[in-house]
Design a protein around this ligand. Structure first.
Ligand SMILES: Nc1nc2c([nH]c(=O)n2[C@H]2C[C@H](O)[C@@H](COP(=O)(O)OP(=O)(O)OP(=O)(O)O)O2)c(=O)[nH]1
Length: 138
């Protein structure tokens, strides 16, 4: 039997500003080192997903966000753990992102996002985001 540890729900934010999306690079010492991700983190007990996302973005980047549209949750099993990733479109309400926990931040053009090395769990999210955008610009 495959008994990888399930880490539960992880929330992540797709933040757009001036036509670009904010992505962050994971530090070397944590899981999925140096992968680029949408900022966020684990939902703690007693929290709802938007609440967890606002807390994580405040801790990680020093910003407050309005949590808007949810995208489709993704379940994924890596070799050593599994998770459910809950993405949300968000908007910065206040603050300018600063590095607290990541090793780099980048504001990228949506059409460039596929050139960054994202964790496998994010691949369906990138695809859904691409579809949403194409609907917006059609
Ligand atoms: N934030 C975020 N995490 C992601 C994404 N894709 C993906 O597989 N993950 C994984 C990486 C981590 O293993 C897990 C999030 O856990 P974490 O360790 O970064 O979160 P945390 O800040 O709550 O953790 P901790 O250091 O307090 O334990 O989800 C993504 O797009 N964004």
């Amino acid at each position: 039997m495959n008994s990888v540890k399930h880490i539960g729900d992880v929330v992540c934010a797709i933040i757009e500003r001036n036509g670009r999306i904010l992505i962050a690079q994971r530090p070397e010492g944590k899981s999925l080192p140096l992968k680029w991700e949408f900022p966020g983190g684990k939902v703690e007990e007693g929290e709802c997903a938007p609440e967890a996302l606002r807390r994580e973005l405040c801790e990680e980047l020093g910003i407050t966000v309005a949590v808007r549209h949810p995208l489709t949750p993704v379940r994924y099993a890596y070799e050593s753990f599994s998770l459910r990733l809950l993405p949300f479109l968000c908007e910065i309400e206040s603050g300018e992102p600063i590095l607290h926990e990541h090793c780099a931040l980048a504001w990228v053009m949506p059409e460039m996002i596929d050139s960054y090395d994202f964790p496998a769990a994010d691949i369906p999210i990138l695809a859904e985001y691409r579809l949403l955008r194409s609907g917006r610009t059609a």
